[in-house]
Design a protein around this ligand. Structure first.
Ligand SMILES: CC(C)(COP(=O)(O)OP(=O)(O)OC[C@H]1O[C@@H](n2cnc3c(N)ncnc32)[C@H](O)[C@@H]1OP(=O)(O)O)[C@@H](O)C(=O)NCCC(=O)NCCS
Length: 377
């Protein structure tokens, strides 16, 4: 009936052209604007990487200083958004709250109705600064703690930890988070970015696109996998189980192991290389490598048994736990970073837009099927 043949999950479909991110899944290469992720993780900062994603080139010192100042100046949040954070149930998950509060931000954004290139860039600064603030502010509110004012002298990563914990973060914790933010900043047409581009392509505004992207990120097959990984580590630890036997049993029950597998990479996910190292180094520095050791045992078994590699989420779990971050903040922290990529893609989409509207392979009742009057059914 249908001439179209579906590729389930759009596997292998090239859905747009983009100058932002390039991945070679066979060679395990990830690059932003052509620059290898390993170089960025080693030398760059979240601010510099975000500039690169938005403006297509590395900034010089003056441009980076101006960019960082503008991002820090955007760390203000409308009192109505704080009111919302105070009014939601305290057992709401941070991802639910982030999704709702991000949508609310648009009501108080002076550029809401303007999706020109310049307005999109202005809104991107605000969204990037304010998504991080929402995550930190809600965490303090739900714990009954006093809110912490943003500090414009701190970097994006350091200010987030400061507003979350109420104490100035160590250089080690700041750099670890900064690297995690660089690694998560963009990943081509991943599910949440594709969702953002589909929404933007209707000429809806960037807040709508980012709200939809946060909804997509929440799922355990995407950003939610880092939380699911840590829940698995906790479950194995609590049961005092042998990790290999535990995972073997999960395979026997046809369950997936979060933090493994990838649609695009057929080798090591290059981001996992850094997170594995960070997990080990932070664990050693803290005198507790329990989560790293457990993760390594699972990784070795899954690799041999299923030929699956760890992805970005697997070692994020032990890294964030070692940094003292609560489990349900892992996926929100993914959003704190990925907003930079979402913004770059929405800007690119609006700059050269065409509605995204694919077709479905029809597999329903044959056409024409007669309409049966209700009395005869
Ligand atoms: C990332 C992911 C969604 C990619 O999905 P995909 O490209 O659609 O691949 P599929 O889910 O079809 O998996 C292909 C095969 O590998 C298996 N597989 C993939 N990931 C697996 C995992 N994490 N654990 C166990 N088996 C897995 C599937 O069961 C399937 O096996 P089958 O062919 O025998 O049915 C998938 O690997 C997954 O669910 N991983 C766990 C969640 C996760 O970590 N997500 C974050 C990604 S960055």
């Amino acid at each position: 009936m249908s001439s179209a043949v579906a590729s389930k999950g759009l596997e292998g479909i090239v859905a747009t052209s983009s100058a932002i991110c390039w991945i070679d899944g066979d060679a395990g290469v990830l690059s932003y604007r052509g620059i290898d992720i390993h170089e960025l993780a080693q030398h760059s900062t979240f601010e510099e990487t975000t500039y690169l994603l938005w403006f297509g080139k590395l900034p010089n010192a003056e441009e980076l200083a101006a960019f960082s100042a503008q991002l820090a100046a955007a760390r203000t949040i409308h009192p109505k958004v704080i009111e919302l954070l105070r009014s939601v149930p305290t057992d709401a998950t941070p991802m639910q709250v982030l999704r709702t509060a991000t949508s609310l931000l648009s009501l108080y954004d002076a550029d809401e109705a303007d999706s020109s290139h310049d307005a999109n860039v202005r809104k991107s600064y605000r969204l990037t600064a304010q998504i991080a603030m929402i995550v930190a502010l809600f965490d303090r509110i739900r714990k009954g703690k006093a809110l912490v004012e943003a500090d414009p002298t701190l970097s994006h990563a350091a200010n987030f930890l400061w507003m979350l914990n109420g104490e100035k973060p160590s250089a080690t914790a700041t750099r670890a988070l900064d690297i995690a933010l660089i690694l998560h900043a963009d990943h081509e047409l991943n599910a949440s970015t594709f969702a953002a581009r589909v929404i933007a392509a209707t000429l809806a505004d960037i807040h709508s696109a980012v709200t939809g992207a946060i909804g997509a990120l929440k799922g355990p097959l995407h950003g939610g996998a880092n939380e699911a990984t840590m829940r698995l580590l906790y479950a194995i630890d609590k049961a005092d189980a042998d990790p290999v036997e535990y995972v073997k049993q999960m395979f026997a029950e046809k369950k997936k192991i979060s933090g493994f597998g990838h649609r695009v990479y057929h080798t090591e996910d290059p981001r996992a290389t850094h997170l594995r190292r960070m997990s080990e180094e932070l664990g050693k520095a803290a005198g507790n490598t329990k989560w790293f050791d457990l993760s390594q045992k699972i990784e070795a078994f899954v690799k041999v048994e299923k030929k699956l590699n760890a992805n970005v989420d697997f070692y994020s779990a032990s890294t964030y736990t070692t940094l003292g971050i609560d489990i349900d903040l892992f996926t929100p922290i993914f959003a704190v970073s990925r907003i930079s990529g979402w913004a770059a893609h929405v800007i690119e989409q609006h700059d050269d837009n065409r509605l995204i509207r694919p077709r479905a392979e029809y597999v329903g009742s044959p056409y024409p099927t007669a309409y049966t009057p209700i009395g005869q059914r």
